[in-house]
Design a protein around this ligand. Structure first.
Ligand code: PRX
Length: 631
């Protein structure tokens, strides 16, 4: 099917997708390799909830991501790997080589008793073998559960047990900037609590010489040597499980979101090609980790199914220096660059000379994902990285949605900084009020729900369909509830205002923490901020702001007044922070998300019980915040 390449195309594709979703997605799905066609495109009931796409169809996603490219582009680079230490040198893996490696992994897994439907946990650094591992599972129909290699042993054990994994693929260690993390040790600790795990296959990466438990542990290089490089792709039903990926809930333990083969493939491929307007031969770099959904959908399955060259980056943006991203773009002539606002904001703090040193003229399109991007960061990114010429696609989606849902289409949608803009064809949002009524018209604000299924919607929470129903389909019966707040402006542009669980209600007014943060960040001394609510005798909730400044404030009281004035100007006096605590850092997960749970506890004065802080990037920052907490 022709892709959208103008606003007229968008309008007509959107209309068709709403008027006749089955015909719309059926046509898109026609562009893939199926072992057997579907008998019906869609069956659904959001009350149950149940969603099935491409009923009766059979496929293997790796045939679509690899085999079908062998005829015309076997020697094209599929994966361009940039190691942690640039001195180690990049590696290029062609589609032909990718095919061989994925087949070998498939055979290696089979040799150790893994078969279709078995769950395999992958806990690895960002090396090419991680991609081979993920695709190797998909090749033989095993369900991959990738756990980000920054999680602690306890978090890893919980995920292994919840998914009932029989095998772990890991590495001796991982490089993080100039440090080595001993991954295998973490796995060993986790496995003390995971009796069902029979096999651990260990890739040698850092040379840390871990203890190998005989009978259970073996080396990747020994096993892969024995494996044949031809492996038939298992025939999968469109609704068979492709992967489980854990995401944290607002309460309780992490939720294992389940994605299935057919719909996920169709959606991530369509959105990859549409949103980024991908052209054959382009080099695409998504800086996420494969341990998160962004990496699943837009490092691996989306780009590879489109036959693109996808960059896998093992490093961090600030090492060896703050120019690492820009150096890598120059080195690999990256055309499309997709990153997170947190990364942009941290690099924005560094001298511009780190950007100016490098030739970024290969860039065509920039992307942002994971949280609302504040206007200041948007403009910095647009001006300094895109040189004013590259559109920024601010893509809104979730682990649960599997792929991009609301986003500008590059070079098609007229951009509005910090707006995710319009729903993609096939996506039917609804803005809801607190009573559960849909708000019609424009210039409105409310909670974001989706009225109609899209192909890559998660099908369940692994082992807990009831929780799936309660979390996503009970707030607004008959609709999927995103947990996000949004505004639809006068022109119909969507702006995601942040999680509604992070909304603060001050004197009966709803205030988005993200919105207040964005206002605070407008003050020229402020680098980043995080806002949470705290109980307030008169207003119900007050606003507590944790603020990082570029330089240590000389006169804290004066700066507090200025920040309050800034917020008052941008949002209104109601949003002025009641308390402003200056901090040198924020408690962030390794993926850059602020752990608001911790900040809320501090703001409430309950510093004794902060819960698990082991997944934080820098646990020491919590101690500083506790010491400086305001009464
Ligand atoms: O609040 C939204 C925010 O990230 C949440 C989903 O997080 P996760 O499942 O970890 O997936 C992140 C990568 C897709 C959403 O509920 N979010 C994601 N993208 C945006 C965003 N908020 C605003 N703008 C975005 N572009």
């Amino acid at each position: 099917m022709e892709l959208v390449s103008s606003m007229t195309d968008y309008t007509s594709a959107y209309r068709q997708s709403v008027a006749n979703p089955e015909e719309f997605w059926g046509e898109i799905a026609g562009d893939f390799v199926w072992k057997k066609k579907w008998t019906k495109v869609l069956e659904w009931d959001f009350h149950k909830p149940e969603v099935k796409w491409f009923i009766g169809a059979k496929l293997n996603i790796t045939e679509n991501c690899i085999d079908r490219h062998l005829a015309g582009q076997a020697d094209q680079v599929a994966i361009l790997w940039e190691p942690s230490d640039p001195k180690e040198g990049a590696k290029k893996i062609t589609y032909r080589q990718l095919h061989q490696q994925v087949c070998k992994v498939g055979n290696m897994l089979k040799a150790h008793g893994i078969k279709k439907g078995d769950r395999v946990c992958i806990y690895m650094p960002m090396v090419p073998e991680l991609a081979f591992a993920v695709l190797g599972c998909a090749r033989i129909g095993a369900v991959h559960s990738v756990v980000f290699a920054g999680f602690s042993s306890g978090s890893l054990a919980d995920r292994i047990n919840d998914a009932g994994c029989k095998m772990i693929l890991t590495a001796d260690g991982a490089f993080r900037a100039d440090k080595k993390i001993e991954l295998k040790k973490i796995v060993d600790e986790a496995l003390e609590k995971c009796p069902a795990v029979e096999k651990v296959i260990v890739l040698e990466r850092t040379g840390s010489q871990p203890v190998m438990k005989s009978g259970r542990d073996c080396w990747w290089h020994d096993e892969i040597k024995k494996a044949n490089d031809r492996c038939d792709a298992e025939e999968m039903d469109a609704e068979d499980l492709l992967f489980i990926l854990y995401t944290s809930g607002s309460t309780g333990k992490p939720k294992g979101m389940v994605h299935t083969c057919g719909g996920f493939m169709v959606h991530v491929n369509y959105t990859f090609r549409t949103v980024f307007q991908y052209q054959p031969g382009q080099i695409f770099w998504c800086t996420a980790d494969i341990g998160w959904v962004t990496g699943h959908s837009y490092i691996l399955y989306g780009p590879l199914s489109a036959g693109a060259t996808t960059v896998i980056f093992e490093g961090t943006p600030s090492w060896p220096d703050m120019g690492r991203f820009w150096q890598t773009i120059e080195r690999h002539h990256v055309n499309i660059f997709y990153t997170a606002p947190a990364a942009i904001r941290s690099l924005q703090q560094a001298s511009l000379s780190f950007v100016e040193k490098y030739d970024l003229s290969s860039l065509r399109i920039l992307g942002s994902v994971g949280e609302p991007i504040n206007e200041e960061a948007w403009h910095w990114y647009h001006k300094n990285i895109g040189k004013g010429k590259c559109p920024i696609v601010d893509t809104w989606w979730q682990t649960e949605t599997g792929g991009i849902m609301i986003s500008p289409i590059a070079n098609v949608t007229e951009l509005k900084p910090a707006y995710a803009s319009f729903p993609l064809p096939g996506v039917q949002p609804a803005v809801m009020d607190e009573k559960g009524n849909e708000i019609s018209g424009n210039g409105i604000e409310g909670r974001l729900a989706i009225k109609f299924p899209w192909p890559s919607i998660a099908r369940t929470i692994y082992g807990n369909h009831q929780r799936f129903k309660e979390t996503y389909f009970s707030t607004f019966p008959g609709m999927y509830f995103t947990g996000d707040g949004c505004r639809r402006d006068e022109e119909g542009y969507y702006r995601i205002t942040g999680r509604v669980d992070d909304i603060i209600i001050v004197s009966g007014h709803n205030l988005g923490t993200a919105e207040i943060e964005s206002a605070i960040d407008e003050h020229s001394s402020v680098c980043e901020s995080a806002v949470v609510g705290f109980p307030h005798d008169i207003k119900g909730q007050g606003v507590y702001a944790f603020v990082i400044c570029y330089n240590k404030p000389q006169d804290e009281e004066k700066l507090r007044r200025e920040i309050r004035d800034t917020v008052s100007k941008i949002i209104g006096p109601i949003a002025k922070p009641d308390k402003i605590q200056f901090v040198s850092g924020l408690p962030k997960t390794r993926s850059g998300k602020i752990m608001r749970r911790i900040l809320r506890k501090v703001a409430e004065g309950d510093t004794a019980n902060l819960g698990d802080t082991t997944t934080l990037l820098d646990p020491a920052v919590v101690e500083e915040i506790k010491r400086g907490a305001l009464e």
